[in-house]
Ligand binder design. Structure first.
Ligand code: ADP
Ligand code: ADP
Length: 200
């Protein structure tokens, strides 16, 4: 199963990915998580990405395409993967097509979690509260200022990715405003339906 999860920041991509990992026994490849690990480890990529990420803007395409290109060739991704937060630009989507083609692979599904923009700030605040309750450290970009920039980046750079996949007939939309379990069921339904219609 090779899957892309699309959706604005706070849509529930990470939440649903964790469930899909358990269900399909394939890894979640989150470029956000990988970049945060690089920042933490102060690798050259991390040093380059930190300021951009803190501001809420997107890091350059070639950086994330490079990371994903390496990652999908690792052994644990041979049976499939869930891409969470990648691709985020049309250039990344095209690069992913090329990468998969060179590996003789293709995507099984692209699922977009649709969420009202008005609900997203509250979701971000919920994530901050959960992180603090679990004793974790709050993401540097989970603040109102960076969140606004992230939403702008989503609107301008990532929304066209949905159109890219819709034009290819590959996009399935799921209502991300529903409770977590209902969203999971709608994703399951979308994955098991052969057609390309909206579900949930
Ligand atoms: P993303 O990875 O898309 O940025 P997350 O999965 O981290 O989003 O979810 C952001 C916040 O919203 C988290 O606090 C999560 O618990 C919460 N959340 C996720 N899905 C739902 C949902 N369907 N309904 C209500 N809250 C949700
Ligand atoms: P969210 O879960 O809120 O959608 P992510 O954890 O996926 O956010 O991403 C956090 C930040 O990491 C982004 O704001 C951006 O700076 C960077 N990033 C992650 N994935 C990509 C990508 N595919 N292209 C460019 N920048 C990315």
């Amino acid at each position: 199963m090779r899957l892309v999860l699309l959706g604005p920041p706070g849509a529930g991509k990470g939440t649903q990915s964790a469930r899909l990992v358990a269900k399909y026994a394939i890894p979640q490849l989150s470029t956000g998580d990988m970049l945060r690990a690089a920042v933490e480890a102060r690798t050259p990529i991390g040093l380059q990405a930190k300021e951009i990420m803190d501001s809420g803007a997107l890091v350059p395409d070639e950086v994330v395409v490079g990371i994903i290109g390496q990652r999908i060739r690792e052994k644990d991704a041979a049976r499939g993967f869930i891409l969470d937060g990648f691709p985020r630009t049309v250039a990344q989507a095209r690069a992913l097509d090329d990468l998969l083609q060179s590996e003789g692979q293709r995507l099984d599904a692209v699922i977009e979690l649709s969420v009202d923009e008005n609900a997203l700030l509250a979701r971000m605040q919920k994530r901050v509260a959960e992180t603090i309750a679990n004793g974790g450290s709050v993401r540097a970009d989970d603040n109102p200022q960076a969140f606004k920039t992230r939403l702008d980046a989503y609107r301008c750079q990532t929304a066209p990715v949905s159109h890219y996949y819709a034009d290819k007939g590959e996009l399935k939309q799921v209502d991300g405003m529903k409770p977590v379990d209902v969203v999971s069921s709608a994703i399951d339904a979308a994955l098991s339906s052969g057609d390309r219609k909206a579900v949930g």
